[in-house]
Design a protein around this ligand. Structure first.
Ligand code: HEC
Ligand code: HEC
Length: 276
C-alpha cells in the first residue's frame, strides 16, 4: 500500500486529483465519450492488446488483475486509467502500451463501462419482452418484488440496476453462488412434534430462528421447540438461466432488469412514507 502511494505521489497525480475528487463526482474527461461505438471499439482493442496478461473481456488473467465489476480498484478515474495504459504502471509488471491516444481513450471508455452500474451501461434487448420473461418463463416475480409487486423469498429488485453492475446481475442468473448472502440461507427444521418445515432463515442466533416458509409466512421458533436444523448449501435463486433461456431471451431479460432503478428523490419519499 505504502509503495503504491509513493508511486503515485511521485507521479504527482494523487495529490492533484484527490482533493477535487472527494468533493464532487468525477467529470468524464474522455474525448470519445461513452458511446456504444467507442466502447465496442475499445473492447476489441483491449481483447487484442491486453490479454497477454489480463483476461478476455476484462476478466483476471495469468499476469494481470480483473478490470471489470466486483472488486475495488486502485486506478479509477478516466485520467488515471489513461495514464496507466499510456505510461504503464511503474514498479508493477504493466508496461506502456504504445497505443495512440484515441485508441487508449476507447479502451478507457470500455473499462469504465465494465464498472458502471447496470443502469448506466448500454444493454441491448427488447425491454417489454424482458418484462414478460421476468413474469412468465423466468418466474422471477414469484420470488422477487419490483415496484411493490411480487414475492419476498429473494431481494427486492426495484433498484437493482442502480446498485449492481451488469456483470454481477448476469452472474446471479447464470452461475452458482459461492456464498449465500445473509438473510437468504435456505434451511429445513424438524420441530419437537415431528413437523418438517422448509424455508429461509431470516434471523437466527443460538436461542431462536425466524423462518420464512414456502407460503411467505414468518415463523418464529425458539431452540427448545426444534429437534433439528439443517442449513442447505444451495441458494433458492436458480443459477441455470443461461440454459433455461435461449440467448436472446436472456438478453431481453437483462435489458429489463438492468433498467430497474428508483431515483433518489423517490427513495427518500418512500422512506418518509414508511416512517409515518
Ligand atoms: C505484461 C502484462 C500486462 C499487460 C500487457 C497489460 N497489463 Fe494492465 N496490469 C498488469 C498488472 C500486473 C497490473 C497490476 C498493477 C498493480 O497491482 O499495481 C495491471 C493493472 C492494470 C490496471 C489497473 C487496475 C486497477 O485495479 O486499478 C489497468 C486499468 C490496466 N492494467 C489496464 C491495462 C490495459 C488496458 C492493457 C492493454 C492496453 C494492459 N493493462 C496491459 C499487467 C499488464
Ligand atoms: C425460487 C425463488 C427465486 C426465483 C424463481 C428467482 N430468484 Fe433471484 N434470488 C432469489 C434469492 C433467494 C436470492 C438471494 C440469494 C442469492 O443471491 O443467492 C436471489 C438473488 C437474485 C439477484 C441478486 C440480487 C442482489 O441484490 O443480490 C438477482 C439479480 C436475481 N435474483 C434476479 C432474478 C431474476 C431476474 C429471476 C428470474 C429470471 C430470478 N432472480 C428468479 C430467489 C429467486
Amino acid at each position: 500500500m505504502l509503495f503504491q502511494v509513493l508511486r503515485w505521489t511521485a507521479a504527482g497525480l494523487l495529490l492533484a486529483s484527490a482533493s477535487t475528487a472527494q468533493q464532487q463526482p468525477e467529470q468524464s474527461v474522455n474525448p470519445v465519450g461513452r458511446s456504444e461505438e467507442a466502447i465496442a471499439e475499445g473492447h476489441e482493442l483491449y481483447n487484442r492488446t491486453c490479454t497477454v496478461c489480463h483476461g478476455l473481456n476484462g476478466a483476471a488473467g495469468d499476469r494481470g488483475p480483473a478490470l471489470g465489476g466486483g472488486r475495488s480498484y486502485v486506478i479509477r478515474s478516466d485520467n488515471s486509467i489513461f495514464d496507466a495504459i499510456q505510461n504503464g504502471i511503474s514498479g508493477a509488471a504493466m508496461p506502456a502500451s504504445g497505443l495512440r491516444p484515441m485508441e487508449i481513450w476507447k479502451i478507457v471508455a470500455y473499462i469504465r463501462s465494465l464498472r458502471a452500474t447496470a443502469s448506466d451501461a448500454f444493454v441491448p434487448g427488447d425491454i417489454a419482452r424482458g418484462e414478460r420473461i421476468f413474469r412468465e418463463k423466468g418466474r422471477c416475480g414469484s420470488c422477487h418484488m419490483i415496484g411493490g409487486h411480487g414475492g419476498v423469498a429473494g431481494p427486492d429488485l426495484s433498484n437493482v440496476g442502480g446498485e449492481r453492475t451488469l456483470a454481477s446481475i448476469r452472474d446471479s442468473l447464470t452461475k452458482p453462488r459461492l456464498q449465500i448472502p445473509r438473510g437468504y440461507q435456505p434451511v429445513e427444521v424438524v420441530a419437537i412434534d415431528g413437523r418438517k418445515i422448509a424455508g429461509i432463515a431470516k434471523n437466527n442466533d443460538n436461542f431462536s430462528l425466524q423462518l420464512l416458509d414456502s407460503q411467505d409466512r414468518l415463523q418464529l421458533f425458539t431452540s427448545d421447540e426444534l429437534r433439528e436444523i439443517t442449513y442447505k448449501r444451495e441458494s433458492l435463486m436458480p443459477s441455470d438461466y443461461g440454459t433455461v433461456l435461449v440467448p436472446a431471451e436472456l438478453q431481453d431479460l437483462l435489458a429489463f432488469v438492468s433498467r430497474q432503478v428508483v431515483h433518489k428523490a423517490e427513495r427518500r419519499r418512500r422512506t418518509q412514507e414508511d416512517d409515518q
